[in-house]
Design a protein around this ligand. Structure first.
Ligand code: DQA
Length: 151
């Protein structure tokens, strides 16, 4: 039997992790993030399908596709966090448990980063823990999926 699948979604500009504003986002790359999430999920008996795109519609299509075969979504919507009603609507539409992750502490950065359109459709929120925060999000989401916690 194949393991249940988590969808890992990384939004615009996260393909540049490691070189992009390393003082804010650190030196780890997107490949490091995807490896960490895959490893952490495997320890929870889950497999991972990872998508990163700089195009909102590609992310929305991936979220819609998750309806068919995923048990949860870990998402760092990046800048779309603060702008995208359609991304939020896609997450609400599929109805899967969602973990929202931000590498930096958006609550202490510029005011335009303080609002998240995704926050109230997510059951898990991990903010400002750096790349290791993705592992925290996987573990907390796995607990929700297993019915042991509500976020
Ligand atoms: C981010 C925070 C966002 O405000 C920003 O636009 C990003 C990354 C983070 O992981 O800290 O691209 O989501």
């Amino acid at each position: 039997m194949t393991a249940p699948t988590l969808l890992l979604v990384n939004g615009p500009n996260l393909n540049l992790l490691g070189v992009r504003e390393p003082d804010v986002y650190g030196h780890e790359t997107l490949a490091d993030v995807e490896a960490l999430v895959t490893r952490t999920a495997a320890a929870q008996g889950l497999q991972v399908r990872a998508v990163q795109s700089n195009h909102e519609g590609v992310l929305i299509d991936a979220i819609h596709a998750a309806r068919a075969d995923c048990v949860g979504i870990v998402i760092n919507p990046a800048g779309l966090t603060h702008t995208s009603v359609v991304l939020r609507d896609a997450l609400a539409a599929v109805g899967l448990p969602v973990a929202e992750v931000h590498i930096s502490d958006v609550t202490t950065r510029e005011p335009f980063r303080h609002h998240s359109y995704v926050a109230d459709v997510a059951v898990v929120h991990v903010v400002g823990e750096g790349v290791p925060g993705y592992a925290t999000a996987v573990d907390r989401l796995a607990a929700v999926i297993a019915g042991h916690a509500d976020g």
